[in-house]
Design a protein around this ligand. Structure first.
Ligand code: PPE
Length: 303
């Protein structure tokens, strides 16, 4: 991550280093915040934010689920995001909006503590590394289950939910892998710590239904690209051994983009190289987000 000049903080553009908050903020103690991850991409001519409104719609839905009342309209936050990128003179960047419950009273009940909203935008390379995107990553099934749907609510990007991902990610990295894959509480494959998961078998694509996972916006793009290429997409639960015998496995996410998985639990996936379908999806996703295949796409907001 590379520092930018400004962060939008409760309606104002403040210097990056001055965007601080009180140590008794409710969000810091109890994880009572919600966030988004968005990317902007450029081609030779223009810079576009990818699926800006879809991300802010999910932001407001997350807030609704988490009982956090955002004191701004969606339109205001979308415009602030555009302005922030301009002011920071950014082109390709990652955008992180966050709303969190501030200080006031202490204890689980947030009372009337203020809701703070920030938007940060900064340069951030692909999540699992350039090499990972090109050659594929090594993953491990986590010893941690993905949080149960009636303990944590997976349609919402609630800050506190992510401690489950933090545990799994650190365990995988400590064991020498690049990423953790998580099973749901029934033992079926769920998702990565910050990505949805896909497998390809006999030219059919399979992904987890959205019951136990985040409704990924990249996941939705993958499904559309696959269908445009006449590939069948099945949304169905599957087990860890189906991962091992898949022809291809890949992850999708705003931060991770499309990242192939070349090995899981020390079992090579096929030849151990990114597969044909993964490469098609990767290429078409790249051209879609940069406005190369369709600069007039309504997924793109020009800066
Ligand atoms: N599952 C989880 C748990 C998740 O956090 C993400 C996004 C996805 C799936 C994919 O969703 P989408 O980005 O809409 O395709 N993870 C974000 C945050 C990662 C982080 O480390 O922070 C992201 O990719 O921006």
């Amino acid at each position: 991550m590379k520092k930018s000049k400004y962060i939008w903080f409760n309606g104002k553009f403040v210097q990056w280093d001055k965007a601080t908050t009180h140590v008794l903020s409710h969000g810091l103690h109890y994880g009572s915040g919600i966030f988004e991850g968005i990317r902007a991409y450029s081609n030779k001519k223009d810079t576009f934010i990818f699926r800006l409104s879809d991300h802010y719609t999910r932001f407001f839905n997350s807030a609704k689920v988490a009982f956090i009342k955002i004191p701004y309209t969606q339109n205001k936050l979308e415009n602030a995001t555009l302005e922030l990128i301009k002011k920071n003179k950014l082109r390709d960047c990652y955008i992180r909006p966050l709303a969190f419950i501030g200080d006031g009273s202490i204890g689980i009940n947030p009372s009337n503590n203020k809701i703070n909203v920030i938007i940060a935008a900064f340069k951030w390379g692909t999540y699992l590394g350039e090499e990972g995107v090109k050659k594929g990553i090594r993953a491990k099934i986590s010893s941690f289950s993905r949080m149960g749907v009636n303990s944590f609510m997976t349609k919402s990007k609630i800050s506190g939910n992510y401690i489950n991902s933090v545990f799994a990610k650190r365990e995988a990295l400590n064991a020498g892998y690049d990423e953790a894959l998580m099973l749901d509480t029934d033992g079926y494959v769920s998702e990565g710590t910050g990505e949805n998961i896909f497998i390809v078998r006999n030219n059919k694509i399979k992904t987890t239904p959205i019951t136990s996972v985040l409704e990924g916006i990249t996941r939705d793009c993958v499904i559309q690209i696959a269908k445009n290429n006449n590939l069948e997409v099945i949304e169905q639960k599957f087990t860890r051994d189906e991962l091992y015998i898949a022809d291809e496995v890949f992850l999708s996410g705003t931060a991770a983009e499309i990242t192939p998985v070349r090995e899981i639990d020390d079992r090579k996936i096929s030849s151990g190289n990114p597969g044909k379908v993964t490469k098609i999806i990767q290429e078409e996703y790249k051209d879609l987000v940069r406005g190369i295949s369709n600069p007039a796409s309504n997924y793109l907001t020009k800066i």
